[in-house]
Design a protein around this ligand. Structure first.
Ligand code: FDA
Length: 305
């Protein structure tokens, strides 16, 4: 049942027509729980509130299905506006983005040009930029672009997904770039040949790559809401005397808020991923796919309307 629901919501998340309709109607169906608002000003207020609680942030201007160079340029401008707002408002925040929103599906060159504009502005404002990892069909291209940009910029990181069979090899190849990586389980529906089919195997691979990356001495963001993985990380850090400056935990805005604050109280660096913008639909559907309890929450919210 859970698997069927997951598939259903991931299917909905890829629906272009619904994405367009949703954009017109503003944040609906409880999406506000996971999305900071539709403007950068609303996002800034949320970030300031989180910073006041000791939480660090990475913001993401939501955008899906970019079909023209102009749309990719507009997304780039929005990212630059977000970076300038972070600098101007003196808030603590990094930026996360997806290469498809910068035109990756049109051409790698367009995405690279847009990334360079963003990274230059980010450098000026002291902002770190993480390239989110999308579905498997974009993984190879994303890693290639990351490697190319990493040779020119220090303020860039990317994401590695534990559910992919290729991941361990990717980590070995990335090692020479001394990358700052966000490690996650993986959020997309992928062909079974390329992923570990069992949740248990994904979790074991997650632990394996956390250990690999930390022991290689590189900065590691462990992005999960899973207590077992969080405990594993804490024990690993203790066992190997890994300094608190070499890693952080990350969670999504609106998920396990109390746990986020508990980690800060215990002295860990905790970063919250804060999405904003009018294009909330696909992101929201992926969150529903991850956890049936989120669906119950949404239904409760709808019945109150
Ligand atoms: P999982 O969903 O397996 O849950 C494990 C356990 O965590 C649950 O059994 C429960 O105990 C607890 N839990 C989870 N949600 C809870 C809730 N709402 N309330 C209470 N307990 C809860 N993916 C991707 O493919 N590319 C990317 O770039 C990113 N980026 C990214 C950034 C950040 C900051 C995060 C946190 C995640 C991502 N992801 C991602 C998503 C990631 O791949 C994954 O889909 C989700 O984090 C869900 O997996 P978890 O590790 O949280 O555990």
């Amino acid at each position: 049942m859970e698997q069927a629901m997951r598939g259903f919501f991931l299917y909905l998340s890829r629906n272009k027509a619904l994405t367009k309709v949703a954009k017109k109607y503003g944040l609906q169906f409880g999406a506000k729980r996971f999305v900071a608002g539709d403007t950068i000003n609303l996002a800034v207020d949320v970030i300031r509130g989180l910073n006041n609680k000791g939480l660090d942030v990475t913001i993401d201007y939501l955008g899906e299905f970019i079909e023209s160079e102009e749309e990719a340029m507009e997304m780039t401008n929005q990212c630059i506006e977000a970076i300038q707002a972070i600098g101007r408002e003196s808030i603590e925040s990094q930026l996360s983005l997806k290469l498809t929103s910068l035109g990756l599906d049109l051409s790698s060159d367009i995405a690279i040009q847009n990334m360079k504009r963003i990274l230059d502005e980010a450098e000026t404002n002291g902002v770190f930029v993480t390239i989110d990892m999308e579905d498997y069909s974009r993984c190879e291209k994303t890693l290639r672009i990351f490697k190319e940009l990493k040779t020119k910029y220090d303020n860039i990181g990317t994401v590695i997904q534990a559910y992919l069979r290729r991941t361990e090899n990717d980590m070995k190849e990335l090692d020479a770039y001394e990358p700052n990586l966000r490690l996650v389980k993986g959020a997309y529906k992928e062909p079974k040949e390329v992923v570990f089919p069992k949740k248990q195997d994904v979790d074991e691979n997650f632990k394996k790559i956390i250990e690999m990356h930390m022991l290689n001495g590189h900065y590691t963001a462990v992005a999960t809401h899973d207590d077992k993985i969080i405990e594993y990380t804490k024990n690993l850090v203790l066992k190997h005397n890994i300094p608190k400056e070499q890693f952080e935990f990350q969670m999504l805005y609106g998920i396990r808020t109390e746990k986020q604050e508990e980690l800060v109280k215990d002295g860990y660096r905790m970063r919250v991923y804060v999405p904003y913008g009018t294009d909330w639909y696909g992101y929201f559907m992926r969150r529903l796919a991850e956890r049936p309890a989120n669906v119950a929450f949404v239904l409760k919210g709808m019945s109150k309307k």
